[in-house]
Design a protein around this ligand. Structure first.
Ligand SMILES: NC(=O)c1ccc[n+]([C@@H]2O[C@H](COP(=O)([O-])OP(=O)(O)OC[C@H]3O[C@@H](n4cnc5c(N)ncnc54)[C@H](O)[C@@H]3O)[C@@H](O)[C@H]2O)c1
Length: 385
């Protein structure tokens, strides 16, 4: 196992009715900016629960944060926060609203061009406004991590940043608020969490028993419960387990002390920047092709994944690896997610664009060995065509 420091300061308020407990966790005298998305939080009644819980506090609201949140919109929210002298942010929504909130929290105190926060991957952030979240879609883990991904349409870029000042102070996880999710978003959330786990697990063995065992349990839970959430969408226990799985998938715990490979995400971000494909769907396209392409570097872990996640134990190594990759693709397809680039309208010209965007964004040394280049990504994308 590698050396690591692990610290996660986010308090989790999990379960039915927990939105009411915001009252205990937002400072009494806070001037709160509530941030939300395109209207689902209003329609589903979650925003009303939040307003009630905040009682007499001074509240400003900012709606309209897009899926794959836009830089320009987030900058408008920064202006709103400054104009209203806001000192606490509350994100109500999914990864997009939470990511935007992290960026806004950091940009509120940033002198100069806030785009630097993204291009520096967060290293210029010295301070951020305190914030909490009310999560409405289990998917990204953003509710318990310090990462954020922002899309700049003008620049055709989707970039991530991370900074320890950007952990939420608390996150409310009420599985009942996920009952209103459309099938497409249930599926996206499951696929996103699945690939988060894979990016921290499917590298090379370092004898990290706890992290591996934990990751395998989370993967098996998604494989078991993802399709059940589609069949039986009002099942509380299914939703509760999925919600906690997605949080644990990317709160730093399974990634501590192990090598990581975020190349599916880096390549996937460029697909979204190109044509706004849902984040999770880009991952479901890239991952199976990447696993196949990188099978020589990942042999040990691919065999472990085949055995411990899919119960594939028979046959030659190559046969077992083929079966595990096929099972992964089938799982995404069972969730209603197509796994080919052509399904999202990306052809040869699109692949050229993605490869040059990876170069422009400095993604020249991806993967757990830093050995995946943009030209390797071209080969992977051609295999995913
Ligand atoms: N910070 C991180 O660690 C991290 C990790 C992975 C991905 N991301 C980013 O997060 C974004 C995706 O976030 P997401 O997958 O959580 O989805 P999202 O926040 O984009 O939401 C997807 C859609 O679901 C709707 N929705 C949300 N909750 C709902 C509910 N309860 N009922 C009905 N509709 C609801 C939203 O209005 C939206 O239209 C992408 O930009 C991705 O790049 C961030």
């Amino acid at each position: 196992m590698k050396n690591f420091t692990y610290h996660n300061p986010t308090r989790i308020l999990f379960g039915k009715g927990r939105i009411a407990d915001l009252d205990d966790h937002v400072p009494d005298n806070a001037r709160v900016l509530i941030l939300y998305g395109g209207g689902s939080a209003e329609r589903t009644g979650v925003l009303d629960q939040v307003r009630t819980a905040l009682g007499e506090r001074t509240i400003t609201e900012f709606g309209g944060i897009e899926p794959n949140p836009r830089y320009a919109t987030a900058m408008k929210a920064v202006d709103t926060a400054r104009q209203n002298d806001v000192d606490f942010l509350l994100a109500v929504g999914g990864g997009s609203v939470i990511d935007a909130t992290k960026f806004i929290a950091a940009a509120m105190y940033h002198d100069g061009d806030a785009w630097e926060i993204l291009t520096s991957h967060g290293s210029v952030v010295g301070k951020a406004a305190p914030f909490g979240t009310v999560l409405t879609i289990p998917a990204t883990g953003s509710e318990m991590n310090p990462g954020s991904v922002i899309t700049n349409e003008e620049k055709g870029a989707k970039l991530a940043f991370m900074n320890a000042h950007c952990y939420p102070q608390f996150s409310v996880l009420d599985p009942e608020v996920t009952f209103t999710l459309p099938e497409r978003q249930i599926a996206n959330g499951v696929a996103d969490a699945f690939v988060h786990i894979i990016e921290q697990y499917l590298t090379y063995p370092v004898d990290a028993r706890v992290q591996d065992g934990f990751a395998e349990t989370l993967l098996r839970t998604l494989i078991d419960l993802g399709p059940r959430a589609l069949r039986d969408p009002k099942n509380y226990e299914v939703r509760a387990n999925l919600m906690w799985t997605a949080t644990l998938a990317l709160n730093g715990l399974i990634g501590a002390g192990v090598p990581q490979d975020w190349s599916s995400h880096m390549i996937g971000h460029e697909i979204t920047a190109l044509n706004d494909t849902d984040h999770a769907r880009t991952l479901a396209v890239v991952l199976p092709a990447l696993m196949d392409d990188q099978r020589d570097r990942k042999t040990g872990k691919l065999l472990q994944y085949a055995a411990n996640v899919w119960n594939i134990n028979e046959g030659e190594d190559a046969t077992r690896i083929d079966a595990a990759i096929a099972a992964t693709r089938d799982f995404f397809e069972t969730m209603g997610i197509e796994t080919r680039l052509a399904d999202y309208g990306v052809g040869e010209a699109g692949i050229d664009h993605i490869v040059s965007a990876l170069k422009d964004h400095g993604m020249t040394e991806m993967g757990e060995h830093g050995a995946i280049t943009p030209e390797d990504a071209r080969r992977i994308l051609n295999a995913a065509a």
